[in-house]
Design a protein around this ligand. Structure first.
Ligand code: PEP
Length: 249
């Protein structure tokens, strides 16, 4: 039985002060013994968020990182910096990073490997564009992203990766994939993991759905067999996040 994981992705929102205030207000509301809860936040918010969430069971994640430990990479943040701060998750290969910052599957793969090496759980994103969906190549595309993103990992490592399926046409648009559409792709992801790393690994790997998840649709999406929680953008910035975390009630 896989434990569900519900992660907020704040994107480029909330100043450090706003972040601290929000966490103070939300921490009791989103504490859960049923599911893993994570806040993935901008780099400058990590300190105040870690401080506010100290002693709770809420995980804290970054939204990106470099794949090198240190070096001449002006403006970048290294895995070792995150690790030392107490960060335990990192979102990698979000479609916004791929689209606006030219991140490739190869870079995502290097980052996933590095995160695992330092003991940070990667939340590795994949997803198709509307054009790809309409052209009928969604599953093919996702299989390539998954194979490339996980290339060179052992089965033991793959088990630790959280995969987030996020159709690009559903991110921030209010247009959610139907639970059947989301399930179909999450099932295909589990199948490709099974083909490459074996069924035991596929059974353990957690696969989230992301794309306009809300307090209203979370229960139906998370009830699907291969959906093990959600990566939540807009709704994680609001009190509504508690309805998503407590979707069973
Ligand atoms: C996201 O940022 O990963 C996301 C899914 O955003 P939203 O929930 O706002 O669609």
């Amino acid at each position: 039985m896989r434990r569900k994981i519900i992660a907020g992705n704040w994107k480029m929102n909330k100043t450090p002060k706003e972040a601290a205030e929000f966490c103070k207000m939300m921490k009791d509301k989103v504490s859960s013994t049923q599911v893993d809860v994570v806040f993935c936040v901008p780099f400058v918010d990590l300190f105040p968020v870690l401080e506010q969430l100290k002693g709770t069971d809420i995980g804290v994640g970054a939204e990106n990182m470099h794949f090198e430990d240190s070096g001449a990479y002006t403006g970048e943040i290294s895995p070792l910096m995150l690790k030392e701060m107490g960060v335990t998750y990192v979102v990698l290969g979000h479609s916004e990073r791929r689209q606006y910052f030219n991140e490739t599957d190869e870079m995502v793969n290097k980052k996933v490997k590095k995160a695992l090496d330092v003991g940070i759980t990667p939340i590795m994103c994949c997803g198709e564009t509307l054009e790809q969906r309409e052209a009928g190549i969604t599953i093919e595309w996702i299989r390539i992203q998954i194979k490339c993103g996980l290339l060179g990992l052992t089965g033991d490592e793959v088990e630790k990766v959280v995969i987030a399926y996020e159709p690009i046409w559903a991110i921030g648009t209010g247009r959610t994939a139907t639970s059947e559409q989301a399930q179909e792709v999450c099932r295909a992801i589990r199948q490709v993991v099974g083909q490459v790393y074996g069924d035991a690994v596929a059974e353990k790997v957690r696969i989230q759905y992301g794309g306009s998840v809300s307090g209203k649709n979370a229960a139906e999406l998370f009830a699907m067999e291969d959906i093990d929680g959600g990566l939540v953008g807009g709704a994680s910035l609001k009190e509504e996040f508690q309805q998503i975390v407590h979707y069973q009630k």
